[in-house]
Write a protein that binds this ligand. Structure first.
Ligand code: UDP
Ligand code: MG
Length: 219
């Protein structure tokens, strides 16, 4: 009888410990929109005002491209220049690691803006394979902006960004990829009622006012 009591108590201890320090599931907002729609700019604004961590899939890929000893440097470089989407195995690992590291450093940082992902069916399947059940997708923040405005903004940004893909040739390809591959993903989430759309063709402040209204409502 005593033995059983000890067994019961020791079984309970771990769950009590877990309760004392609950590990929150990552809460994710996917941020989508064409190249130059303002995803990065608006994400920086959000981070200043809300407790979100901004993870740009494109930035993580550019970091990996530059990392000494990376076996994917050339592949990433070629894909970015051609406006093609990098195989998801690479991107999802970078995202997963970044989320884990953020939460390890501060367990209260479990809200993420994942910017520029998922961009195609392969991305979406990769996310489901690796993250299903491990993170909640709160909603998709969609920056809706006409192609002409997007191209003009990226060409303007190209004057100082140093990015290999902010030129007319790459931009044509990026827009094609966006229309053919990313829009259908936004549609998938639209059908699930998960998309919050903002007219992103306006000024940064005007767009952010709408973003704020959405975040204040959604938490
Ligand atoms: N990219 C990718 N997978 C991703 C995100 C980005 O392959 O999940 C590549 C793709 O080639 C894309 C480029 O990185 O065209 C630049 O992406 P970024 O999100 O930085 O561009 P933005 O849309 O912000 O202008
Ligand atoms: Mg960006």
């Amino acid at each position: 009888m005593f033995g059983r009591l000890i067994a019961t108590v020791s079984q309970r201890v771990p769950s009590v410990l877990k309760m004392a320090s609950p590990r929150m599931k990552p809460q994710v907002v996917f941020v989508l929109g064409g190249p130059g729609a303002g995803k990065g700019t608006q994400c920086s604004r959000i981070v200043e005002n809300y407790s979100y961590t901004h993870l740009s899939a494109g930035d993580l890929l550019r970091e990996e491209r530059a990392r000494e000893g990376s076996e994917y440097g050339q592949l990433i470089s070629d894909h970015i220049k051609d406006g093609k989407i990098v195989p998801v195995e690479i991107t999802i690992n970078l995202l997963r690691k970044a989320m884990e590291e953020t939460m390890k450093q501060d367990e209260k940082s479990f809200c993420f803006l994942i910017d520029g992902f998922p961009r195609n069916e392969d991305n979406l399947q990769g996310w489901v394979r690796v993250m299903d059940g491990k993170a909640d997708i709160k909603f998709v923040l969609f920056f809706d902006c006409g192609n002409e405005v997007c191209i003009d903004r990226c060409l303007e940004r190209g004057k100082s960004s140093g990015r290999t893909d902010d030129n007319r040739e790459s931009l044509e390809k990026r827009i094609q990829t966006y229309l053919q591959s990313t829009r259908p993903i936004i549609e998938v989430y639209e059908k699930e009622g998960k998309v919050r759309t903002v007219d992103a063709s306006r000024s940064v402040d005007e767009v952010f006012a709408d973003v704020k209204a959405i975040l204040d409502k959604e938490g």
